[in-house]
Design a protein around this ligand. Structure first.
Ligand code: PLP
Length: 401
């Protein structure tokens, strides 16, 4: 029961009493101080928490795969008494990162083969990812771009900005550009503004988005000046990345409200992770707290089969169970779309519990969130020109026969 009650605890401040008791608030609230004082070494980590042998070996291993780095803000959310702490599991490396299953890949979503120019991933007809840096405020151990992110992996990101802008200018079908990386919010206000202004000067680009975990790892970065700068480039949306309710601290909530106050619509992308958020209870608390932070849950990702992440992945059945546990049980606005990013570069595929039990020319038989079954009359196909899907007709539980 304790764990459940903790989840519903009101947001708390990450600042004090933590592992940096001597630091005055002016320093703590300075995002550059936070970056300079990240926990990055085994020595500094061991001074703060008691590591398990698996973690100790994991930190040593991380040195030539995906760097270990955690901001003081996020570090303070770790429960030092709990080796299975959901915050700790996301950022402290473990020896299991060295295990590679045969089906795991360095580039599970086939991004490298969809890169027409260095730094642009163009997989869908009308939108692209623009990778503007390879650095993040802290490193998620399940990073889908671990091969290029943090500067110690096997590949390097060499975004050619001039070539990228030329690509975007000459491909008039691109109407949506998503800044990613790495984390675009690690760039200075000036550098980021240069990129945004340049994109806004391209007439066919209608919609700008930034994918960032900085509001969570480093909420101090979301200054009023920064938000005022963003405001000049609307429509500009932001996708943040929260996996566990404890991440929504008072500081984070303030940062998110500030972005929303400056007209930035906020979505959240969670990754389904074993021992972090693989339960209906945790996810329900998370999505409801997100709405209170003015963030609309957008996607729940099945964790990509990235090398060395099997200890963090869970089954697709679990993901479906979570969505089923949300739909009907809480606000529709709180329910993310569960997706698998198809291995090899097929893009995001929606995965849903099946609510259609039977479907033919005359009727569709559906069930609701309570399992009650209903029938709805189908309009004849010759009138609508619609084709009935065979896969649904053959779905299990054909009670309408
Ligand atoms: C996720 C992603 C997008 C954006 O997809 P939406 O479903 O529009 O949010 C665009 N390009 C690539 C390569 C992506 O992985």
């Amino acid at each position: 029961m304790d764990a459940v009650e903790n989840l519903h605890e009101k947001a708390f401040r990450s600042y004090a009493p933590g592992h940096w008791p001597e630091i005055p608030p002016e320093q703590w609230n300075d995002w550059k101080w936070q970056l300079r004082n990240r926990v990055t070494t085994l020595e500094s980590l061991e001074k703060k928490i008691h590591l398990t042998p698996e973690e100790r070996a994991g930190v040593i291993l991380s040195g030539n795969k995906l760097a270990f780095a955690v901001t003081p803000h996020y570090f303070n959310l770790i429960d030092p008494e709990d080796a299975n702490c959901p915050i700790r599991r996301q950022v402290v490396p473990r020896i299991e990162e060295g295990n590679t299953a045969p089906w795991e890949l360095a580039d599970p979503c086939g991004e490298d083969s969809h890169m027409p120019v260095p730094g642009i991933v163009h997989r869908y007809p009308d939108r692209v990812l623009f990778l503007v840096t390879d650095r993040c405020a802290s490193y998620c151990r399940y990073c889908t771009r671990a091969r290029v992110v943090s500067g110690v992996g096997e590949q390097e990101l060499h975004t050619d900005f001039e070539e990228a802008f030329r690509y975007l200018e000459t491909h008039t079908g691109i109407r949506d550009v998503l800044l990613s990386g790495g984390d675009a919010l690690l760039l200075s206000d000036g550098k980021l503004e240069q990129i945004l202004a340049r994109l806004r000067a391209i007439p066919h680009i209608e919609f700008l988005r930034i994918g960032s975990r900085v509001p969570i790892f480093l909420p101090q970065r979301i200054t009023p000046e920064f938000c005022k700068m963003l405001q000049k480039y609307h429509p500009l949306w932001m996708s943040v990345h929260v996996n566990h309710p404890r991440e929504l601290t008072t500081e984070v909530k303030e940062a998110l409200w500030r972005l929303a106050d400056h007209g930035v619509p906020l979505g959240n992308q969670s990754v389904l992770l074993a021992g972090v958020n693989d339960s209906v209870e945790v996810m329900k608390t998370l999505v409801q707290k997100l709405l209170q932070s003015r963030v609309r849950p957008y996607y729940l990702y099945q964790c990509d089969p990235i090398r060395g992440t099997s200890h963090l992945r869970t089954s697709v059945a679990k993901g479906i169970e979570i969505i089923e546990g949300l739909r009907g049980h809480t606000s529709g606005y709180a329910i993310p779309q569960y997706v698998i990013d198809a291995p090899g570069g097929g893009g995001k595929v929606p995965i849903n519990p099946s609510y259609v039990l039977y479907h033919d020319e005359e009727k569709v038989v559906i069930r609701n969130y309570e399992g009650k079954v209903f029938e709805y009359p189908e309009l004849a196909a010759e009138k609508t020109g619609a084709n009935l899907r065979d896969d649904v007709k053959c779905a299990s539980g054909c009670r309408g026969k």
